[in-house]
Design a protein around this ligand. Structure first.
Ligand code: QAP
Ligand code: CO
Length: 170
């Protein structure tokens, strides 16, 4: 089922999510709901807390390079992730379904290594680069209770506040 997405400044976005211990039907329903909700809003990444569930689960579904469409077979479901290596620096114009309509350049690590589990509890280790590395860092920040707008420069933050106030008036 499509679930409502929590939006800034909802306090729940600042809470730390907890590790998942049961890889059961409840988890599978959560992951399926996250996927439906993300696709319905044309997102490429979503953390469980964005649909009000404070658990360490995130999904990513980047566009296929050739067709520019999202293929479900490319869907990554990442449970209980942590970054074990990070290096380099890259900048990308990020957005977030919890901060709709706002996009700004954010600095991230270029390369990361993550350890995580899949929906069945099996453990995986992956080296990531490119947009996938950026997306995973953005979503892991959600699990830790952080939003990309916290990483903005003073000038970028002023732009955000101005645009946010303007959008509220409508
Ligand atoms: C996270 O973000 C991400 O404001 C996923 O009006 C960010 O899917 C991954 C979206 C940066 C990689 C790089 C945002 C859609 C989607 C909006 C999203 C909007 C419509 C954001
Ligand atoms: Co986000």
């Amino acid at each position: 089922m499509i679930q409502p997405i929590i939006q800034y400044p909802d306090k729940r976005l600042w809470q730390k999510s907890k590790d998942i211990t049961k890889f059961d039907k409840t988890l599978h329903t959560l992951l399926d709901d996250m996927y439906e909700t993300m696709i319905s809003k044309e997102g490429i990444g979503l953390a469980a807390i964005q649909i009000a569930v404070p658990l360490n689960a995130l999904i990513i579904n980047l566009l296929d390079e050739e067709t520019q469409a999202q293929k479900k077979e490319d869907l990554l479901e990442i449970i209980n992730p942590y970054i074990t290596k990070k290096s380099g620096q890259t900048t990308f114009q990020e957005g977030c379904l919890s901060v709709p309509g706002f996009f700004e350049d954010v600095k991230r690590y270029e390369y990361i290594t993550i350890e995580y589990q899949d929906r069945f509890g099996a453990k995986h280790i992956k080296d990531l680069d490119g947009l996938l590395s950026i997306a995973v860092q953005h979503e892991i920040d959600h699990l830790l209770g952080h939003l990309f707008i916290e990483k903005l420069s003073y000038k970028q933050r002023k732009k955000f506040e101005k645009e946010y106030k303007k959008a509220q008036k409508k």
